[in-house]
Design a protein around this ligand. Sequence first.
Ligand code: GLN
Length: 534
Amino acid sequence: MPADALELIRRPGHELAAGLRSGEFSSVELIDAHLAAAERDNHGLHAWLTIESASARAEAAVADSRLANARREGAAGLTALPPLLGLPVALKDLVSVAGGQCTAGSRILAGYTAPYDAHITERLRATGAVILGKTNMDEFAMGSSTEHSAYGPTSNPWDLDRVPGGSSGGTAAAVAAFHAPFGIGTDTGGSIRQPAALCGIVGLKPTYGRVSRYGIVAFASSLDQIGPFARDSRDAAALLHSVAGRDERDSTSAPVPVPEALLALATSDDAAAGALRGKRLGLPREYFVAGMELGVEGRVREAVSALQAAGAIVEEVSLPHTEYGLATYYIVAPAEASANLARYDGIRYGAGRRDGDTLANELATRGEGFGAEVKRRIMLGTYALSAGYYDAYYLKAQKVRTLIKADFDRLWAQGFDALVAPTSPTVAFRFGARLADPVSMYLSDACTLPANMAGLPGISIPCGLSDGLPVGLQLIGAPWSEAELLGLARGYEGITASASWRSLEPTQLALAGDRGQPTPAERAASAATLAGAA
Ligand code: GLN
């Protein structure tokens, strides 16, 4: 790749948007530079399940003609263009793109092609974003490491022997590795924020109902939210602005206007230095969980001090029902998953067995098509919903969920602007480290899943490194406060703009494209061998 292409893909989305408008480069050139990086690194990262070079170039050519027309109209024409026009975006492989694959990381959906565009795909097309391809993920978004993908794991660009987090690990790795400035993930219990933290980028889970779930493969419908990944909060605001908003086809998408403040954040050069002054931030003591790494706690506390130095008022607060978050999540999410995944009967979606009677075919299709983690969730969920256990488990979990939400509501009523907490208790872990013990994998999300249980927006932003690996700072806000959260994130980015860690890049990115290096699947296999020998 020419040196200028390497420089180009490192620029943030808003600078690329400016370059397209001024004619510094074309969208086709920009897309080619990103495609080349994605294709080069996919051997070592396996962030992408498909890279759609031909359709991406065609979409880029359309964007170039829109840009040329706007340039002829002059300044007014250029400012009227949508912020994402001609810019590349990575989609988690559970977003429907008409005519394209949509595996949700599962073998059961191999060969299935989406018959229509998801709501967010329509929105991305309308704003002229260029879809580069589909990224790897834990099967049906169940997991925190992307090791549960039926297509093999993804590596973390900071250390190829470690996981990128999950379940949206492919998107997070792709954005961190400069394959795209924008990416889409879904977050049911942390799957945007946790991989964003582990890969050193920004990831935002919107308020439940902010983004339509139409055309997204469902995991747990009362928890799932679609949201943006980016390398800074300004780009995250641009992507959220383009996909958010009411959609008649998802009855849970809320008729709440998309704040214009998001667009202002995305397009204004103002560093919003004053954004932190006088803001009241709660520091929930329950989020500093047992088992949290000292380096992670250290970076988060330093970030809190920096926020205070910039004029924020930080007070320790309590969310007393936090300790029940994990247990209740692992009733509610599997219960909903067991219902949602009942549709994969071998007849309606993807390739199924056709050689026995109907029931035998269905059992064989599901037996062969689902991986171990998905089966575990279906069994847990079916059990929790069965007659005699429904009241003891599912109903009880829903009641505790109300208490978890009430903990947060109390703080919003006291006038807190947001809560500040770690995103993940640890940095990226090694392949295999949590596979043998599902509960240790589930604990990865102890700090993220309460926001899903309460339907709240949350964002993870980079706040430094521990042992050379990224640490994420989480901000959780009241319902519909995404613009405020992004404003705070922008303020934090402003006060840490010259921090030395900001200039560091994923340390093993250069190795990813080296064909002599093992693939993530080979690394994971050797980790499993080492664990077996231990
Ligand atoms: N790790 C959690 C789970 O496995 C959350 C996943 C997600 O947010 N999709 O359920």
